[in-house]
Design a protein around this ligand. Structure first.
Ligand code: AHR
Length: 518
């Protein structure tokens, strides 16, 4: 049973939780706006990998698919997730992909060996299928070019094929393939994880920057309205110079790009809950370091285009990994998520929201089957534990992120610097007069009594509570049994004192309090 607390907690010592004073406190000021919670923070990602596309999004001749071969049940689940933007075709796959293989009559498309994941690629799902899927789903497409083995000319032609309205050869080909109007693809990634030695066509930062600069120029000549995402660092913690990579890329590409990407996957191999969720500190730090590099690169160029961070791959991923990076044949990255992984969704999203001024895009990797919240077989699907926090946070898209004051008991996850047990983000919807307080209690054992108070506006006592909690951190879902880890929603009448109230956040839980502030 969790320890009940605590308005007199002491300090956390020696890696374990000890008690800290004062009591936890969250002070909300609707004037302290960080930035808009951009709808694209709820982006997602679909790669040609395992059963993400084939058997996930797309299953021709399935009774569950529509006439285009799109799985209707997956589409409905994706809608429920609040997805706003979809990245494609990879991932590592992108660095060996020839987009021209994936257009035209399906039966005439070539089958190719695929060298990122060691599969065969039928090419039956290609550019037009992807863009139609996005249109049906009502999400913004985001295409990642092949900056590994691919050419600048191919990248440029891809933009023309998708976006050209005049009567050019590539536009004519698109029309012949059934699409008259341009698709109008706005977001283009200048390659994937090119800093990683595992990547086909891996380059050093200088060589990548030269390639990306020329690709950007050529692609913008095909459509000057596109937004470009540079391949930032993905290679953390392996002795890689991730700061150096980002610095070089930003300096060389600062006049051309709109975003720099970051990727992070986390895991709990050592089975230490509190350390697992302490990664928030690294995520915050990576964002802040890259923000600093962006500012440095742009200093002295006041009129240069703004550059933001696209956290375009993030998730928990450690069980369904092979012995080496690409030894994934056995698992196809079919990670089965548990309750503590669902809590990690709150950790990531809180960090993105706390940095809403600079993180303007984030893509959960991935949408279905492959490290994903939706899991299918031929007969149907189930929703993984991570689905529910993702769907709930997505309701805050477009809100204003607020810089709240948070004081909470602390712990020392790695015996070093103390870290707050409460991981918090706050957003405000002024039109609806609602404030959302997102609170992850990272303590495994301790309930934390907290005073919440508003500086501005009059707080109503009517509070809506969304809570994700479960006694078993390792609880999972499967087919026919996906109601184990579900949120509990209720309305409470808070006992107001001053312009605030007290609320106890249970141990190892994720809570979203919806307040009304007039
Ligand atoms: O999402 C799975 C893989 O992880 C992606 O293909 C790659 O970009 C990353 O290493």
């Amino acid at each position: 049973m969790p320890t009940k607390t605590l308005f007199a907690l002491g300090l956390l010592a020696g890696g374990a939780l000890a008690l800290a004073a004062p009591a936890a406190r969250i002070k909300i000021d609707t004037d302290r706006v960080i930035g808009e919670v951009h709808p694209h923070l709820f982006g997602n990602f679909a790669e040609h990998l395992g059963r993400c596309i084939y058997g996930g999004i797309f299953e021709e001749n399935s009774p569950l698919a529509d006439a285009s071969g799109f799985r209707k049940d997956v589409m409905e689940a994706a809608r429920g997730l609040g997805v706003t933007l979809l990245r494609w075709p990879g991932g590592n796959f992108a660095s060996g992909y020839n987009w021209k293989d994936g257009i035209g009559p399906r039966d005439q498309r070539p089958v190719r060996p695929e060298h990122a994941w060691g599969d065969l690629e039928s090419n039956r799902f290609g550019t037009d299928e992807f863009l139609l899927y996005c249109e049906r789903l009502g999400v913004e497409p985001y295409i990642c070019i092949n900056a590994g083995l691919g050419s600048i000319e191919d990248a440029r032609n891809w933009v023309e094929y998708c976006n050209e309205s005049r009567d050019t050869a590539w536009a004519r080909l698109r029309r012949r393939n059934g699409r008259d109007r341009p698709w109008g693809v706005k977001y283009w990634g200048l390659g994937n994880e090119i800093d990683g030695p595992w990547q086909l066509g891996h380059k050093n930062a200088e060589d990548y920057s030269k390639f990306a600069l020329e690709a950007a120029k050529a692609m913008r000549r095909a459509d000057e309205s596109i937004k470009l995402i540079a391949s930032g660092s993905s290679n953390f913690g392996r002795g890689a110079d991730w700061i150096g990579w980002n610095r070089t890329v930003l300096e060389r590409l600062r006049t051309e790009i709109d975003y720099i990407s970051l990727h992070t996957y986390i895991g709990n191999r050592e089975n230490n809950f509190e350390r697992f969720l302490a990664v928030s500190r690294d995520i915050d730090e990576r964002i802040e370091v890259v923000e600093g590099l962006i500012r440095a690169a742009r200093s002295g160029l006041p009129s240069a285009r703004p550059i933001h961070i696209a956290f375009d791959e993030w998730n928990v991923w450690y069980r369904a990994r092979g012995g080496s990076e690409f030894d994934t044949g056995r698992t196809r990255l079919e990670e089965i998520y548990n309750f503590e992984d669902a809590l990690a969704m709150g950790m990531f999203l809180n960090s993105f929201i706390r940095h809403a001024h600079i993180v303007k895009m984030a893509n959960l990797a991935q949408l279905v089957n492959v490290i994903a919240p939706i899991f299918t077989n031929r007969e149907g699907l189930f929703l993984q534990t991570i689905y529910f926090p993702l769907a709930e946070y997505a309701r805050q898209r477009g809100n204003l992120a607020l810089d709240a004051l948070v004081q909470s008991p602390e712990y020392k996850p790695d015996g070093g610097r103390p870290l707050g047990c409460l991981d918090v983000s706050v957003t405000h919807n002024p039109q609806a007069r609602q404030v959302f307080v997102n609170v992850l209690n990272k303590s495994e054992k301790m309930d934390i009594a907290t005073r919440l108070a508003c500086v501005e506006g009059k707080l109503s006592s009517a509070v809506e509570v969304w809570e994700l909690n479960h006694p078993d951190l390792k609880a999972t879902h499967t087919f026919g049994k996906d109601r184990v880890v579900r949120p509990r929603e209720r309305k409470i009448n808070a006992a107001l004192s001053g312009n605030g109230f007290e609320y106890t956040f249970p141990a190892h839980s994720l809570t979203i309090l919806r307040l009304t502030v007039d």
